[in-house]
Design a protein around this ligand. Structure first.
Ligand code: HEM
Length: 127
């Protein structure tokens, strides 16, 4: 049986492996081109860990607006439905590869609801 996501180290493993998938994906890699620089990738992964740690464990470590950089990026590199689909399926499959349990279920379901809101905000920006 796999363990559940329990702490910052678990979240770090999850986002690191998730980004290996995204950055190797033909359709997704252009979004993440800046992160081929290891220091920038590391900084970004720490931000993602803060974000997810706050969602799962209410640590208060992430206080920014996570939507804003995506809305800005979309103007240069449009986010399409297939990108959201791929982002979500890669996220869920990475969770399932390493973890199972209540927090693992919760993180996938939060990712899905945030992605839905993000997609709506992006489509509003388009109209
Ligand atoms: C098509 C889907 C997505 C793509 C291509 C994408 C891509 C990116 C990129 C390139 C950045 C770095 C932006 C920058 O530093 O200027 C970023 C930041 C981030 N993304 Fe996404 N993202 C997607 C969906 C999501 C979703 C659904 C979530 C949450 C569930 C999420 C959470 C975050 C967070 C927390 C950050 C850090 C924001 C900050 O710097 O405060 N992303 N994303």
């Amino acid at each position: 049986m796999k363990k559940d996501i329990e702490d910052r180290a678990d979240i770090y493993l999850l986002v690191k492996e998730f980004y290996v998938k995204l950055m190797n994906d033909e359709m997704m890699r252009h979004f993440f081109i800046d992160f081929t620089q290891p220091e920038l990738l590391e900084e970004h992964l720490q931000t993602l860990v803060d974000f997810w740690e706050n969602i799962l464990f209410y640590t208060g470590g992430y206080r920014k607006n996570s939507m804003a950089p995506h809305l800005k990026l979309h103007q240069r590199k449009p986010f399409k439905a297939e990108h959201f689909k791929c982002w979500l399926s890669s996220f869920s499959s990475t969770v399932d590869e390493f973890f199972e349990g209540e927090n693992s279920h919760a993180i996938k379901s939060r990712a899905q609801s945030i992605a839905i809101v993000m997609e709506i905000k992006i489509s509003e920006q388009n109209s």
